[in-house]
Ligand binder design. Sequence first.
Ligand SMILES: [Zn+2]
Length: 371
Amino acid sequence: MPFSDFAGNPETIHRLREMLARNRFPHAVILSGAHGSGKYTLALMLARAMNCLEPSTDGLPDFCGHCSNCTRIAQAEDLDSRFAEAVEARENLRDTDKKETRLFVQTHPDVLIIPPDPPQLMIKVDQVRHVIETIYYRPGEARERVYIFTSSAFMKEAANSLLKVLEEPPEFASIFLLTENPGELLPTIRSRSMTFNLGALASTEIESRLAQLRPDWHARQRALVARLSEGAIGRALSFDLESYVAARNHALIMLKSALGGRDSNNAHTDLFKTTESYRPGAEGRAKIDNLLRTLYSLLEDLMFLQSGAEQLVRNTDILGELKKMSESADFAWLQRAAEGLGEVERGLRRNLLRSLSLDAFATALESVSWN
Ligand SMILES: [Zn+2]
């Protein structure tokens, strides 16, 4: 996948490739951007461009995608799967070895990917020590050693160790630090790195990318996903439309039942059937998180409609339904509903029985609408 396949942020990509062309690529690069903005994809593309054995060019360095360096580096593209494999491999070790084994993803001998180490999901000092142990050796099969830290959540000691490397980096190594929030990194690390930000894409741009990459979705579905992914192409591509729609159907039942007031016996029964299906456990937790997120997005859309900002509505595929609902919901009701939702979230953090606090939320909404 050459650089032209990277979605959005053309100026940033151009600058990075120019620095590669002039042999002035910084030793440490911070790639910052929202979840799904393409930080990891870009770091792997740059790693390939640095090490491609049959580099192509359109005036600026590119990579072939099929030489032995390109293909091995590309095997790390599916980070979630590689990460899960590394975690599982460690789980299978004897207890004594388990403690000493740090987590890495490595599909090429000179390219090391450092993910946050579970269960704390932080970069640990032993991981950085391993970077220090290897970074001063010349690369074996590549021109440039590449290290990619996929998170900026460093344990304190780990951050201090990294700083030591950044003070004296070898000529032939590049370090990438990926972050959603550069402020999380030590100021001394930031000052020794060059920061590039991957900004949000316009939803029209995401829509047209989706038209190529997800032809199985209808135009209406693509428009919806583009609006819900907040400018991050990675989120759009991995969007689980089916669970979203399922969660939204539940959310709609809850809101309609609340808005319907006294005459909504049927809706009420539906509602309790719905909330009953939310049970404790990891699966129930994910389901309820989805439900809360969709409830918020629907309330937000209803507020947009109330304030005459129809163009901001994200659930565009059910616009007609939302308009009808917004006729019976006034601004104060929506505000109280959002507050009630906040209470449900706080209750969940205190681990109240899930279905119970959802029922309470629904009942509270109804009593509000009766007043
Ligand atoms: Zn290549």
